[in-house]
Structures are given as C-alpha cells and as structure tokens.
Design a protein around this ligand. Structure first.
Ligand code: URP
Ligand code: ZN
Ligand code: ZN
Ligand code: ZN
Length: 475
C-alpha cells in the first residue's frame, strides 16, 4: 500500500484543534507532524478543511424485517449513503427470534453485510428472552464474536417487547461479561392500550401515533430502566432519547452515580410533532418511535448534549419508502412502519445545527459524532480519533460548503427525505476508511465488501481499574 499524506488541514479531535500533517501507511495513522512529504507517495491538500475522525453511527437498522416489511436500505446502499455523509463505522441491530439460537441470528446478520458493506460495521444483539440456552450462548457472543452490547425493547408489544424480568436478568448477565445493555425505553403495555382506544374511537391519522405515545411514558420507562441498572450494577445506554422527561431521569440517575448513558437522534433535534399533523397521509413520513415531540423538547435535548447528560447521536436509520411501505398504514396509524432515513445526514445535521448555531463546540461535535461512540462501544482507540496507531478513518470536511438535503440528491435507497429542503452548512468532501478513499471529492470510489466486521471490546468497570490498595510485593 502507498503512503498518503494529508497536509494543511485543521485536525479536530474530541480534545484538540490544531494544524499538522497526517501520514497514513497501510491504513493506519503512522505519523502526525510536519515536513513529512518525503515519506508520502500521495499528498492530499486539506487547506481550509477540517480533518475529523470518521463518524461512528451506533444505531442503524439495515435490511431489517419490521412492521410487515423490510427496511429499504441494505448494507450496500446504507453504508454507501453513510460514507457520503461522513460516517466510517456503524453498529447495526441484529434481531433475534425467541426459541432460536442467538448464533443463527448473528450468522444471518453476517450474511446481510458480507460482500456489501463499504465501511466497517459491528452488531448489537437483541435479547427477547432469558433462559438457560441464551445464558449459555452469551459468553462466547461477547468474547469471541465481539458483540458487547445487548438490546432490550421495553415497547412494541407482541413483537419485540421484553418484560422487566427479562430486562433485569439481561442486565445481570451483561454485567458479568462486561457488556452494555441498551434499551428502547417506552412503556409498551400502556401504549398498546392507548392505540387500541384511539382506533376504537375512530382515530386513524398519523398524528395519533404521537398522541398514543406521550413523553411521560418514555420518561417512566427510562427511569425504570435506570433504577433496574442501578440495582443490577449494570451499564445502561438509552437509545433515541426524545424528551425532557427522559433526559431528567438520565440526569438524576447519573447524579446518583448510576452508569447510564443517553443517545438522541437528529430528527428529535430538528423536527417536531407538527410534522405528523400534515394534511393527507404526509405525516406517515415522520413516524418514529418514540415519536417526534412538541418543539419545546428540542432545547432540552441540545442543552443535554452540551452539558453531557446525553452523550451520543445515532441516526436510528430505519428507512421505508413512502410509496409501498409507509402506506401500509393508510387508514390505521398503528400499521405505519416506524422509522426513517437519517444515516447520510446525521453528521452534517449535527455540525450545521449544532456547531454552526453555537449550541455545541467543535470538539464536542467530534466527541458526540465519533469519539464517545468508539469509547462506549469498545472500538477506541482503533476508531474514533486521529492518533498515531489508529485506523485512518478520516473525513476531510469543508465547513463553509452547503448542501440542500433532498431525496433528489441523497444516496439512501428511499423515496423521500424527512429533512427535504433544509440547507446545511458543512460538507464531507472526502472520506477514508482505513486509509482508502470511499468518497473522493464527493464521488463514490469505494468497493462493495471492503467494509470489515468489527469485533468490539467489553467495557472495564471503574472498580476494575481502581489501583490495588495492597502492594504486590511485600516491602
Ligand atoms: O421508529 C423507529 N425508531 N424505528 C426503528 C426501530 C427502533 O425502535 O429503533
Ligand atoms: Zn427503538
Ligand atoms: Zn379521542
Ligand atoms: Zn432503532
């Protein structure tokens, strides 16, 4: 492999902003310094650009069966769109089926990605039940497969939902293995009641998706999960936090020393509940669970990112075409497939709406979009930073260029864009995965199947890292 040199760019990490050259050899960052020209075969001029570590999207659903259909992006289109947007690693959710070996589901997910992914990828594993078979499989899934995050759904009754006993036992097992437990925190039982009540009363429009999933129910489930995590002594990660009630529960638990972390998504920062009330069936485009909230929640979410009470941004990319998929819910809002396409725009939206509007700093941006995800999901320092020895997953970013978000120009395999018409400032110009260009001057130059599976490390608890109070050698 040839050596590449990135010159004249401003390197931005979660900690620092500085100007230096980056020398890449065999896909790894070999040197950071000055006057490295002689060692390079190819020089890339990054004048006026930021040199960011590649984005890490900790929350995607590619080629996933859900709501009577399958998500529109597979590992080829989904990871290609991710790369265009500045993301160089994803962690996708592997679904499991009760009564079936977990290993079968993992093998099926490997088959979805193999030969298709253009960037590196790992898997989280859904836990729907705890029994002797599941408990017997988990140690090798964590240690050998490198799947170090387990996902429990507290909602989607009669589909994915697990009860509190299952959640708690998953936490106990995960803690032993150094795995993190992730939750979709909504009270699925109450939601199911509210949905049936609304339908009985003849309320079938998309807005009822939001009205039957009030924010208090997300807050309640978030608090319940945090309390169970405290009792189990487990590490908890709450996915797609949307509202003040949930932020408050996370902040309170963290204040009590509970090992709990929170993710939000661009859609909750930028869009609001009014989108669901658009005339006709248009609102179906904006059906996510948890739902978009009243606008007042947006400021709470931004402030939580700024203050560190929420730490990450996932896209929750779960794309369904408006024509042919979302319309499964015409005449019954509860049958609209839940989710939307965000994998491509996550990075630029956070930069444009966050950094450019003064809501977060440039270094916080890098932390939220990349570094914190690498650390929480067992990928750091291989991924998530610009440092000697790290994979050369790099985004060369033009902070002044603008892009109009639109289905006309996006690369996601879906017929609408929820942010249609929004002008963002800041564009990933070139994107490298392990030193190879995937995107060069906004053109795709990657290769299907070049993405590698990421075995992730378990986490190390605070007590494990505390210095041993007893001297090892008797003095
Ligand atoms: O509506 C959503 N969020 N769809 C994806 C599945 C999930 O709950 O994350
Ligand atoms: Zn969810
Ligand atoms: Zn009513
Ligand atoms: Zn999701």
């Amino acid at each position: 492999m040839t050596a590449k040199l990135i010159k004249n760019g401003t390197i931005v990490t979660a900690a620092d902003t500085y100007t230096a050259e980056v020398l890449i050899k065999d896909g790894i960052i070999a040197k950071i310094g000055f006057d490295l020209d002689a060692e390079a075969d190819e020089v890339i001029d990054a004048s006026g650009k930021y040199v960011f570590p590649g984005g890490i999207d900790p929350h995607t659903h590619l080629e996933m069966p859900f709501g009577g259909t399958v998500t529109a992006d597979d590992f080829a289109t989904g990871t290609t769109a991710a790369a265009f947007g500045g993301t160089t690693s994803i962690v996708d959710f592997c679904l499991t089926t009760k009564g079936k070996p977990l290993s079968e589901s993992i093998a099926a997910w490997h088959n979805k990605a193999k030969g298709k992914a253009v960037i590196d990828y790992g898997f989280h594993l859904m836990i729907g039940e705890i029994n002797d078979e599941v408990l017997a499989e988990l140690p090798s899934i964590v240690k050998d497969e490198g799947i170090t995050s387990l996902k429990v759904f507290m909602a989607y009754k009669n589909v994915f939902q697990a009860d509190d006993g299952t959640l708690f036992r998953t936490m106990l097992a995960a803690k032993e293995l150094g795995a993190m437990v992730m939750v979709h925190a909504e009270n699925g039982d109450v939601i199911e009641f509210l949905i049936q009540k609304a339908l009985k009363e003849g309320h079938t429009d998309p807005i009822y998706h939001a009205l039957t999933r009030p924010s208090v129910i997300e807050g309640e489930a978030t608090g319940r999960a945090a309390k169970l995590a405290a009792l189990a002594g487990a590490r908890l990660y709450v996915v797609h936090v949307t509202c003040a009630e949930a932020v408050q529960q996370i902040a309170e638990a963290r204040g009590q020393g509970v090992d709990v972390w929170g993710e939000t998504c661009p859609q909750y920062l930028v869009l609001d509940q009014s989108y669901l009330a658009q005339p006709g069936f248009e609102g179906a485009k904006y059906v996510w669970s948890p739902p978009l909230r009243e606008k007042s929640h947006q400021e709470v979410l931004w402030n939580a990112l700024k203050s560190g009470q929420l730490q990450t941004i996932g896209s929750d990319h779960c794309s369904f075409n408006f024509n042919g998929q979302k319309d499964l819910g015409l005449g019954d809002f509860s049958k609209i497939p839940n989710g939307g396409p965000v994998i491509e725009d996550r990075f630029s939206l956070l930069y444009s709406e966050g950094v450019r509007k003064g809501r977060i700093t440039l270094n916080q941006f890098v932390d939220i979009i990349s570094t914190r995800n690498a650390k929480l999901f067992g990928l750091f320092p291989r991924k998530g930073t610009i440092a000697v020895g790290s994979d050369a997953d790099i985004v060369i970013f033009d902070p002044e260029a603008q892009r109009l978000l639109s289905a006309e120009t996006h690369h996601m395999n879906v017929d609408y864009n929820p942010f249609e018409g929004l002008l963002v400032t800041g564009v990933p110009v070139s994107v490298m995965s392990r030193g190879e260009f995937v995107i060069r001057e906004q053109q795709f130059v990657g290769e299907l199947g070049a993405g590698r599976y990421l075995k992730r490390a378990p986490y190390i608890t605070a007590s494990e890292t505390a210095p041993d109070p007893k001297p090892k050698v008797k003095l």
